[in-house]
Design a protein around this ligand. Sequence first.
Ligand SMILES: Nc1ncnc2c1ncn2[C@@H]1O[C@H](COP(=O)(O)OP(=O)(O)OP(=O)(O)O)[C@@H](O)[C@H]1O
Ligand SMILES: [Mg+2]
Length: 292
Amino acid sequence: MPDQAERLRQLTLASAVRQRVVKQRKIPRVITVTSGKGGVGKTNLAVNLGIALSRLGQRVVVMDADLGLANVDIIMGIVPMHSLSDVVRGTKTLEEILISGPDGVKVIPGGSGLADLANLSYEQRDRLLDGLLSLETMAEIMLIDCSAGLSRTVLSFISAADEVIVITTPEPTAITDAYGIIKVVTKYKIHDRVSLVVNQVRDHREASEIAGRFADVSRKFLQVDVNFLGEICSDQQVVRAVKLQQPFITLFPRARATQDVESIAGRLLGLTLAKPRGVGEFLSKLSRLLEK
Ligand SMILES: Nc1ncnc2c1ncn2[C@@H]1O[C@H](COP(=O)(O)OP(=O)(O)OP(=O)(O)O)[C@@H](O)[C@H]1O
Ligand SMILES: [Mg+2]
């Protein structure tokens, strides 16, 4: 049996190790993926970008926060047995509902559990937030796949997160709606830096023209810098992968869309941003916003 001095030494050592682990642990970046118009590629971006980031050594959690049409699981070909509703009800812990996807990406099936986020009792909300708080130690990047448009819940997610990625296609309606999102986001001083991804383009030139015009208009009228994260080409392999219920990055490693998402992942990791606030801050802000 170790004597008192030895136990003390061990305790000090353990505490030093713990402190070092805490120091080294990165604060998770919480990133919402959103769009003005529906069907422009949010879920495909969140899922495939999550996998690309994981391959670059990040611990990634993708949260399905699309209230109406939760479909991260469909694109990943996974069948969740439980969702955040079970966490809210107190019948499951967050760890129990987390699903492991390709390349170690963890998925939170959230859809129906989040539908009544604004109407939860205090007890239910506490359970949900406590559960999500455990992600603080589990993830380095949390990607939130939101529904299109500007519902109160979507705005709360965008607002509480560290960063927002707005995705659009070259269609004028999608571009106008993306601008609408950025306008609201900046008007309410939610973020002063927004990233843009242009999906389903012919080539890089088309994307950078759109992004350039978008950035000019945003700077002139909204005084906001829109950071062009990159494009994803229109690629039939994406459509095929969706039909086969597999992420295109896994199924078609050499597809153009795969290379595009890999570039976006690299750029996202290279972005120097203000220090992320982490999941705890995200949740307390989200909770405050939903209470108003
Ligand atoms: N780069 C691409 N090339 C070709 N087709 C694409 C591409 N990206 C998306 N699509 C097509 O668009 C469809 C919608 O994509 P996705 O589900 O990711 O959009 P979403 O924005 O999440 O939609 P919703 O608003 O309904 O949640 C896909 O099923 C696919 O057919
Ligand atoms: Mg979607």
